[in-house]
Design a protein around this ligand. Structure first.
Ligand code: NAI
Ligand code: MG
Length: 354
């Protein structure tokens, strides 16, 4: 199965972690029926400095023609905020990537570095956030004047329906028996529309239990009883914030993966962290968030749960032998970005050969 994968390495630690994820894709290509071709699609701050645009036309054309995009991270400390980063919004809006899928799973072997006390971890943490990715405040409709500023929080029925449907279908596919919706329906009108649509649509999924939680209360439930949640569906801004909070529960921001998805169309997979200027160039960034984004790509864009599973097992096996500094363990060897990537790659190779 021939597939073309666009690669945006980006800034800071982006190229370092993307390298390791590309190695994983190469192993999949070598040892399975998939045959991947890689095409570079530069974007971000370094590109802006060279060409005066953070997303050259040619890069976007390459992305549009590919089967999926693997994206590192962008942003440079010597550029004004947004100069590099707005390329991400251009891609999300330009490709209408309305689903932001963010799985948060605590590997058993990392339980000891989870910041929560054992009683709060309970049976374990395995939550998938389904965040609306194209509407609401982040659509950035508004104005900034000297004495006031505004942004429009616009949600449409169509926008709510498609993301909520995705969440129910995802839960069904994963065998989840509950979908939690997070909103602020006691204050915000868009949340009231959202909640009514959530209830309406739940009627088509009679085997799945539903639950509504206000965003403020959810923030405490997330650290008080994260084991309660399976699929969590929410709007754009709420999803942005709570999924970063959740990412720390699995040990490090460097562990968390994401997909920006339009089912059936070219979608973008990236770690949730940024370009990490404080550690860039030191060869110590954790590549696992990016490698798990490849797992998501295999599952969501290329329909291969099996390979996704193999990548998951390879990561777990590697974590038993070595760690990057952000998830360091006193009893295990501390590894560089490349060493961690190589260890996972060798585990995966062995599994796919078998
Ligand atoms: P960040 O996610 O880059 O870093 C936050 C903290 O997490 C830092 O201490 C960093 O060292 C650590 N960290 C991040 N990735 C790591 C990894 N793979 N392994 C180990 N530790 C890791 O967030 P920050 O510092 O707020 O932003 C830096 C730049 O990245 C900014 O320009 C920001 O706008 C941009 N950014 C880009 C994103 C993207 O490309 N999707 C997402 C978030 C931020
Ligand atoms: Mg964020």
């Amino acid at each position: 199965m021939k597939k073309t994968i666009a690669i945006t390495r980006g800034d800071g630690c982006g190229p370092e972690v993307v390298n390791e994820a590309v190695n994983i894709l190469k192993i999949v290509s070598d040892f399975t029926e998939f045959d991947f071709e890689f095409i570079e699609a530069p974007a971000g701050g370094e590109v802006w400095k060279k060409y005066g645009t953070n997303l050259p036309e040619q890069s976007f054309e390459t992305i549009k023609k590919s089967d999926a995009l693997l994206f590192g991270a962008i942003g440079l400390p010597d550029l004004k905020p947004g100069i590099a980063e707005s390329a991400i919004l251009k891609i999300r809006q330009g490709l209408d990537l309305y689903v932001n899928l963010r799985p948060i799973k605590l590997y058993q072997v990392l339980r000891e570095i989870c910041p929560l006390k054992d009683e709060f971890i309970g049976d374990g943490i395995d939550i998938t956030f389904v965040r609306e990715n194209t509407e609401g405040l982040y659509k950035n409709i508004g104005k900034l004047e000297e004495n006031s500023a505004e942004n429009l929080m616009l949600y449409t029925r169509e926008g709510c329906e498609r993301i909520i449907k995705f969440a129910f279908e995802f839960a069904k596919r994963k065998g989840h028996n509950k979908v939690t919706s997070v909103d602020k329906a006691n204050i915000l009108k868009p949340s009231q529309l959202w909640r009514s649509i959530f209830h309406e649509m739940s009627k088509s999924y009679s085997k799945i239990e539903i639950e509504d939680i206000y965003i403020d209360a959810f923030c405490q439930w997330l650290i008080r009883a994260p084991f309660k949640f399976q699929t969590v569906v929410t709007g754009n801004m709420f999803g942005d914030i709570i999924s970063d909070e959740a990412a720390f529960l699995i040990g490090s921001l460097g562990m968390a993966s994401s997909g920006n998805i339009h089912p059936g169309k070219v979608s973008m997979y990236e770690p949730i962290h940024g370009s990490a200027p404080d550690i860039a160039g030191k060869g110590i960034a954790n590549p696992i968030g990016t490698i798990l984004s490849v797992k998501l790509m295999m599952e969501e864009s290329f329909n291969s749960l099996e390979i996704g599973n193999e990548i998951d097992h390879a990561v777990e096996a590697a974590l038993q032998e070595g760690r990057t500094v952000d998830i360091r363990s006193n009893s295990l060897k501390t590894l560089s970005t490349i060493e961690m990537g190589d260890l996972i790659a060798s585990k995966l190779k062995r599994r796919l050969k078998a």
